[in-house]
Design a protein around this ligand. Sequence first.
Ligand code: C2E
Ligand code: CA
Ligand code: CA
Length: 807
Amino acid sequence: MRFRSLQSRIVVFFVALLLTVQVAGFGLISHAIKNYAARTIRHELAVGERIFQRVLEQNAHQLALATSILADDYGFRQAISSVNQKRLALALDVHRERVGAEVMMLINPKHIVLADSNRSTLTNKPFPFPELIRESEKTGSASMILVSNDRLYQFVLVPVTVPAAWIVLGFPIDDRLAADLGELASLQISFLRRTDNEEWKLFASTLPAALQPALLDHMRGVAAVDSTPLMVLDGEKFQTLTSSVSKIGEKPVFAVLQRSLNDALLPFDALQANLLVLTLIGLVISVAGSIFTARNVSRPVTQLAKLANEIEQGNYLQAAEMDRADEIGKLASAFNHMRQAIADRENRISTLAYKDALTGLPNRILFNDRLHQALGSSLRSGQPLTVLIMDLDHFKDVNDTLGHHMGDLLLEEVATRLQTTLARQSDTLARLGGDEFAVLLPADDAKAARSVALRLLEALDVPITLNGHAVDVGGSIGIASYPEHGTDAGTLLQRADVAMYAAKRGNSGVAVYDPRDDDHTAERLSLLGDLKHAVEFNELMLCYQPQLDLQTGTVESVEALIRWRHPRRGYIAPDLFIPFAEQSGYIKTITRWVLAEAFRKAAECHANRLPIRISVNISARDLAGAELQETCIELIQLYRVEPEWIRLEITEGAIMDDPTRAMETLEALHGMGFDLSIDDFGKGYSSLSYLKKLPVDELKIDKSFVMGMVCDKDDAMIVRSTIDLGHNMGLRVVAEGVENAEDLHLLKQLRCDLAQGFLISKPLSSNDLMKWLSEFRSRPISENAHFADTAQNRPARNSSFSVVKSG
Ligand code: C2E
Ligand code: CA
Ligand code: CA
C-alpha cells in the first residue's frame, strides 16, 4: 500500500512510531513481570523445601520424644516384656493410637519383629528396614521415609533400654499430609519414586487429580529428575524443585515441589490488562492527534495548491485566508504577496499590451479583440456592424514643422475630441498607430455609420491650438460593414482601409467601401500564368536568413524565404507574388514546393553536421484542409527529417481567418513535433485571448516595430510589451528586421531570445548559407555574440538576394 498524501503519511508515521514504542514497552514489562514471577517462585520453592524438611524433622523429633516417653512408661515396658503376643499387640495398638501413628512395631535386639500393631505377616520375621536400625545405632533414634506395602511412610525408630528393644512408628505420607505441607508452604507437593520396572509411582500429591498423570508422564521422559525447573502439565506451566527425601536404597523417593506460573502471574494480569487498555487509549489518542495535526498541515497546503491552480488559470481574486502565526501562516502571506505581485505585473503587461501609451485609447490589439467579440455577437444576432478607419490629413507636416512633441499633443487632442463625439458606451475608439484611428460601431450599418463619421470629422473642424499655434486638422474616413463588405475582421479592416484611401484620393472626407476601389485586377491573370510556369520551370529558389540566439551568440535556426528569378523581370520579391498566390489559391502548390526544398535542405545540413532548424512560412489557405499535414508526413519519410528540424511560421492574420480550423491544424502539426511560430506579431488582427490558447512556441515581432524601435517610443513600447507578453505566455520571442547594432543592443537588454535581420545576415542562397554557417562557427563566440555595426559585418543592402522590388 502506498501513501500518497502528506496527511496519511504523517498519520502512518506517528501511529507506527507509537505502536512500536508501546509494543516494545509492553513486551519489556511483560518480560520483567515474568522474570520477577519466576524469581519469586524459585525463592518460594527454596523456602518451601526448607519448610517441608523442617516439618519432617520436627515430626520425627516429636515422634521420637513421644516414643521415648512411652518407652519409659512402666506399664508399657511391662507389656512389651510379656511374651504373650496377643497382649503385646494390643498394648502396641493402644499406644499407636495415642501417638496417632498408623504402624507400630516392636523389634528385638536380633532385629526380629516381635509384634506389629497391624498384626501383619511381619511378626517373627526380620525387620525389613535394617538401614533404620543402623542409623539408630549411630544416633539414638532415627527417622526415614520408606515404602512399605506400596505406601509411603515416615518411620521413626526409638531404642528401648529395658528390656532392650526398638519401637518403630510409621506415619503414612499420604494426600492429607501432602495437603498440610502444601498449605504450609503454599506450594503443590507430590511424592514419587521409580518402581522396579522403571515406571514412576505417585504416593501422594496436592496436584489436582487431572494433572497427576501428566506429572508421571513428564517424569518418565526426563533423564535427571532435577533437570526440569519449568514443567508444563496439561498446558499449565509450573516452576519445579525436586528434592530427594530418602537417600537410602537404589530408588530414592522424591518430593516434587511446584508452583503454577499462571497462578503466580495472576496478580499481574490485572496490571497487564490495565497496561493494554492504556496502550489502546494512547493509540486512539495518537491516531486522533496525528490526524488532527496532519490535517492542520495538509489542509492549508491543499488549499494553497488549489489557489496556485486558480492563479495558473488567471484568477487572482481569491486570497489565501489563513489566520495563523506559524510557518504555514507565513507561507500563506508570502503566497498572497506573490499573487498580488503577479496580478499587478499581469495588469501592467496587459495595460502595456492593450492600451496606446500616448492617448490612453485601446490599441490595435484590443481593438481587434473587441472587433472579434462584436463579430461573434453579430453572427448570432444577425445585426450589422461597422468599422471606420480614419487617417489624419497633413499630420506628417505638423510633425516635421512643429516637432514630435507637438505631434503628440495634436494626437492627444484629436483623441479627446473623437472620444467625446462618440456618445455610446458600446462604441470603441482606438489608435492603430501613427495618425491612424479606428472606430467600432456594433449594431450600425454603413448608412448609420456614415453620419457618425461625418460628426467625427465635424469635431475636427475647429482648429486645434498648440502652444499658441492654431493648427487645422482634417481626416479621411473609410467605412466597411458586416455583412455587406466582409464577414471577418481582417477583410473588414482591409476594406475600410481601401475605402479610407479612396476618401483621401477623392478628397471626400468619408467613403464607404466599393470593390471598384480594389486595384490591379487585369494584371493578376497574366501573373498566375507566369507563376505556374515558374514552379514548372524551376524559377523559384529558397534563400535562408540566419537567426542569432541572443543568449548564447550561436546560430541554430534560419528562415526560408522564397525568391522568383523571373526571366524578364529579374528577381521578384515575395511581397509581390505571394499575396496574389494566396488569393488565387495557387499558394498551396508553392507551399508544397517550399516545404520540399526546406526538408531537403534540413536533411542536407544535418548530414553535414550542421544541425539547423529551418523556419518555413505558411499561408492562411494552407491551414484549411488536411493537405499540409499530409505533405509534411510524406516529406518526413522522403527526406528522413525529424519534425523538430522544421519550424512553421504562421501570421496572426492567417490564424484569425478561420480560428477553429487553424486551431485544429496547428494542434495536429504541433502534435507531430513541429515547432510553431506566430509571424508578424503586433501587425495582425488577432484576439490575444485566442492566441493564448494556441499550441505555439514562438512569437515573431513584426519588423516594422523593431525597425522603428530606437526612434519611436510607441514602437519601443510594443516591442518591450510583446517580449514580456511572450515570456509571460512561456514563448520564445524573435525580433526580425534587426538592421543595426543599436537595435541588437536594445533587444538584448529587453531579453529578446532571437534576432534576425540584415545586421546578422541578409537572406543567403543555399550554397552561401553553408559557407556562412561554417565561417560563423569558426569565429570565437564572443565575437559573434557582440555584433558590431562595422562595414565588414554589415551586408550590402542591394545584394542580389535582398528584397528587390520590381518597378
Ligand atoms: P516575413 O515572413 O516577415 O519575412 C521577413 C522579411 O523581412 C523578408 O522579406 C526578409 O528579407 C526581410 N528582412 C529580413 N531582415 C531584414 C532587415 O534587417 N531589414 C529589412 N528591411 N527587411 C528584412 P522577404 O524575403 O521579401 O519576404 C517578405 C514576406 O514574404 C515574408 O515576410 C513572408 O510573409 C512572405 N514570404 C517569403 N517567403 C515565403 C514563402 O516561402 N511562403 C510564404 N507563404 N510566404 C513567404
Ligand atoms: Ca516569416
Ligand atoms: Ca515577419
